[in-house]
Design a protein around this ligand. Structure first.
Ligand code: ZN
Length: 247
């Protein structure tokens, strides 16, 4: 069986400087995500961090990634623009899916791929109810009509994303705010999913429904088998299409 090659990129800074985060995620958020993705026998994971050589994504890693998961927050600006361009191109040409988690809404790759600034309003940690808005989506498989996260960071509308191609989850927060917490975007030949839970001081990545959604999203984001090579150019057609039918 050909496995889905998932690279989990984590900024991996909060864990090193904040003991409460390190207590929750001693080997980093990315290691926790790899742990539960490892329960799927068709997935193999690679861990990548900002402070690794080549910011964790040398060409040989990026070019062998089917789905890239991204968690960043305090160091979005440090991510190399040339790397962001490589990620964007790989997604748009249908070679890789992209999943932005939580504060990844302001990451350079997410903003570059979907095309807006990803701004939102945020506030204190509180209870969140995640509602399943699209039970027919493969990303919602196994998820009930709603589930509760006892503590997550408040993210609120307005959320400056393009109109999603599918809105899979919407959330209600104790303070009364609502948020589009799980959204799909089709970009070029690639697929992008944004999912909101995952603040570094919260236990969301331990929640079985959050884990199931991320597993589902990985399977959904795998590039389609396009059957021909796409690149980032806009080629001139050198043969008449109709001749192929006549010959
Ligand atoms: Zn956060």
């Amino acid at each position: 069986m050909k496995k889905i090659r998932v690279t989990i990129w984590n900024e991996y800074r909060h864990e090193k400087i904040k003991p409460s985060v390190a207590a929750l995620y001693p080997n980093g958020l990315h290691a926790k995500i790899a742990e539960f993705l490892g329960e799927c026998d068709d997935i193999e994971t690679t861990l990548a961090a900002l402070d690794d050589p080549n910011q964790g994504l040398p060409d040989d890693v990026l070019n062998n990634t089917d789905v890239l998961i991204w968690w960043g927050h305090m160091a979005h600006d440090e991510v190399d623009d040339a790397l962001v361009e490589k990620i964007r191109t790989r997604v748009l040409t249908g070679k890789m899916g992209f999943i932005a988690l939580h504060s990844g809404h302001k990451s350079k790759p997410f903003m570059r791929i979907v095309g807006t600034n990803g701004n939102l309003s945020w506030g204190r940690n509180q209870k969140e109810v995640v509602w399943n808005l699209l039970p027919s989506s493969p990303i919602a498989a196994g998820i009930p009509d709603h589930f509760i996260l006892e503590e997550e960071e408040l993210y609120s509308e307005p959320f400056y994303i393009p109109q999603p191609d599918a809105l899979v989850f919407g959330s209600w927060f104790e303070d009364g705010n609502i948020f589009r917490s799980g959204a799909c975007f089709l970009r070029g030949a690639g697929k992008v999913f944004y999912f909101q839970p995952g603040h570094e001081t919260c236990k969301s990545f331990y929640n079985p429904y959050v884990q199931r959604i991320i597993k589902n999203a990985v399977h959904w984001a795998v590039p389609a088998d396009i059957g021909y090579e796409l690149d980032d150019k806009c080629p001139q057609y050198k043969t008449k299409v109709i001749d192929e039918f006549e010959s």
